[in-house]
Design a protein around this ligand. Structure first.
Ligand code: NIG
Ligand code: FE
Length: 405
C-alpha cells in the first residue's frame, strides 16, 4: 500500500552524507527539507521533496499530515549483546570501589559470570527477556538492531542463543529488523586449555553447522589480550570467508593489537570499540570499507578515555556509533542517549552524530539500501514528535519517538 507523509516539519534525508559515503561530513550534509513530504510503499521510498512540490497523482493514496513531526532515516543500534541472564551490578560496585574490569574478569567475573547466569535460564526465558529488551530499544526509535550471541560459550548453549536470536528476528520482522551475529569467540571457558582449543572444539565446528542453516548474518570475535589472538581471528575470518559470511571484530579496545589492520585485511563490515587504535590503524581504516563502530557508552561506564574519534573522522574513516548494550561493560540500551552525550565528548558535528546512528550504522551491518531518504531506498524511518532535529539530542534522555502511522 502506498502512503504519503506530508508537512513534516523536517525531513532529514542525509542525501549528501550518503553521496560522500558517510565520510568527511559537514553540518549541511544532513540535507534537511522543511515542510517535507515522502511517498513510499512497504518496501521502498518512491518520492521525496517539499510538500508544495508533491505530484498530485500521489494524493489519491493514504495521506497523513505530520506537521509537528521530524522524520529521519531509521536509527540502527549496530552492536548489542542483549541475550543474557542475570546482571553484574555487584561488579559495577566493585569497579566503583576501585577494582578494574580486567582484574574482575581474571577472578572469574565478567563474561564468564554472565555465562553461568545465562546457562541457568531456559530457551523460553531467554527469548522472553529478548522480546522485552528489543521492544524497549525500539521504543527509542531504533528499528534495526544487531544482536550477538556470546554468553553461551559451549557448543549447545551458543547454538541455542543463535536460534533464539533467529526466533526474535522472525517474531519482529518486518517492523524491527534483527541482525544475527555469531560471537561464540567472546571468552574462553575455564574447561578449555587455550583459546585455540576452544576455537577448534566449539567456535569453528558450530559455525559450520549454523552456516548450513543460513541464519547467521555475521561472525564476531573478542580480539584482546587474555582473550582471542590474531591467529584465532585469522582462523575464524578465513572460515567465515569460505562460507560467505560477513565479519566483524571487537578490536583495539583495551590494548592496541593491530585489530584495525586485521579488520581491513579480511574486509570486515566493522571494527568495534577502537579505544586504543594506533595512527597506523586509523590510516588503514580511512582507505578501507570497514566501518569504525565507536561504543562511547562503554568507555563512559568503565571510566576509560574515549576513542580518538576526531582524528578518525578527519582522516576519512567511516564512523558509526552503537550502544554495546551488555550486562558488564555498558548496561545502557539507549543509543540515542549515548550519542547525545558522546557528540560533545567526541567532538562530532550534528551530521556525524546522525549519520553515525543511521546510515553508517546500517552499512556496518551490510545494509546498504537504508540510512538515507532517497527514492529506491528501503522504507525504514524513525519519527519524532518535535519540530526540529536538534531538540531530540539537545533534550538528552528525553524520548520523542512515536510509532509510524
Ligand atoms: O563489547 N568486549 C567484549 N564484550 C563486551 C563486554 C561484555 C561483558 O562484559 O559482558 C563489550 O564490551
Ligand atoms: Fe561488544
Amino acid at each position: 500500500m502506498i502512503k504519503n507523509y506530508l508537512h513534516l516539519n523536517q525531513l532529514v534525508t542525509l542525501k549528501s552524507a550518503h553521496e560522500k559515503d558517510g565520510r568527511f561530513l559537514v553540518p549541511s550534509d544532513l540535507d534537511i527539507i522543511e515542510d517535507g513530504a515522502i511517498v513510499f510503499d512497504e518496501e521502498k521510498i518512491i518520492w521525496v521533496g517539499k510538500t508544495s512540490n508533491l505530484p498530485s497523482e500521489y494524493l489519491a493514496h493514504m495521506t497523513y499530515n505530520l506537521s509537528g513531526f521530524v522524520l529521519t532515516p531509521e536509527i540502527v543500534d549496530s552492536h548489542t549483546h542483549l541475550i543474557f541472564g542475570g546482571d553484574r551490578s555487584q561488579e559495577y560496585v566493585d569497579r566503583l570501589n576501585g577494582t578494574p574490569y580486567e582484574e574482575i574478569a581474571k577472578r572469574g567475573g565478567g563474561i564468564l559470570f554472565t555465562m553461568k547466569e545465562t546457562l541457568s535460564l531456559s530457551s523460553e526465558e531467554l527469548f522472553c527477556l529478548g522480546v522485552k529488551r528489543v521492544e524497549r530499544i525500539n521504543s527509542y526509535g531504533v528499528g534495526t538492531i544487531e544482536v550477538k550471541s556470546g554468553y553461551g560459550l559451549s557448543y549447545a548453549k551458543e547454538k541455542e542463543l543463535t536460534l533464539i536470536i533467529d526466533r526474535l528476528k522472525k517474531h519482529f520482522s518486518p517492523k524491527i529488523q534483527i541482525s544475527n551475529t555469531y560471537l561464540a569467540a567472546h571468552d574462553i571457558p575455564r574447561s578449555f586449555s587455550s583459546p585455540t582449543a576452544y576455537m577448534n572444539e566449539v567456535v569453528i565446528p558450530l559455525l559450520e553447522e549454523l552456516a548450513s542453516l543460513k541464519i547467521i548474518d555475521a561472525v564476531d570475535i573478542f580480539h584482546e589480550k587474555n582473550y582471542f589472538t590474531s591467529e584465532n581471528c585469522i582462523q575464524l575470518f578465513s572460515k567465515a570467508q569460505d562460507l560467505g559470511i560477513p565479519r566483524k571484530i571487537h578490536a583495539d579496545e583495551l590494548n592496541d593489537n593491530s585489530g584495525a589492520k586485521l579488520a581491513a585485511d579480511f574486509g570486515c563490515l566493522s571494527a568495534d570499540h577502537l579505544l586504543k587504535i594506533s595512527d597506523e590503524g586509523i590510516k588503514i581504516l580511512s582507505t578501507s570499507k570497514t566501518v569504525a563502530t565507536l561504543l562511547p557508552g562503554t568507555a563512559f561506564f568503565l571510566g576509560k578515555p574515549l576513542a580518538p574519534a576526531r582524528k578518525m573522522l578527519d582522516a576519512g574513516v567511516k564512523v558509526a556509533l552503537a550502544s554495546d548494550y551488555n550486562p558488564g561493560s555498558c548496561h545502557c540500551d539507549n543509543i540515542l542517549l549515548v550519542a547525545s552525550i558522546a557528540a560533545a565528548q567526541l567532538k562530532l558535528n550534528q551530521t556525524e552524530l546522525w549519520c553515525g546512528i543511521t546510515h553508517n550504522a546500517a552499512h556496518s551491518l551490510g545494509k546498504l539500501d537504508q540510512g538515507v531518504l532517497l527514492p529506491g531506498m528501503k522504507s525504514r524511518f524513525s519519527l519524532f514528535q518535535t519540530n526540529s532535529l536538534s531538540q531530540i539530542t539537545y533534550n538528552w534522555g528525553k524520548n520523542f519517538s512515536v510509532n509510524l502511522p
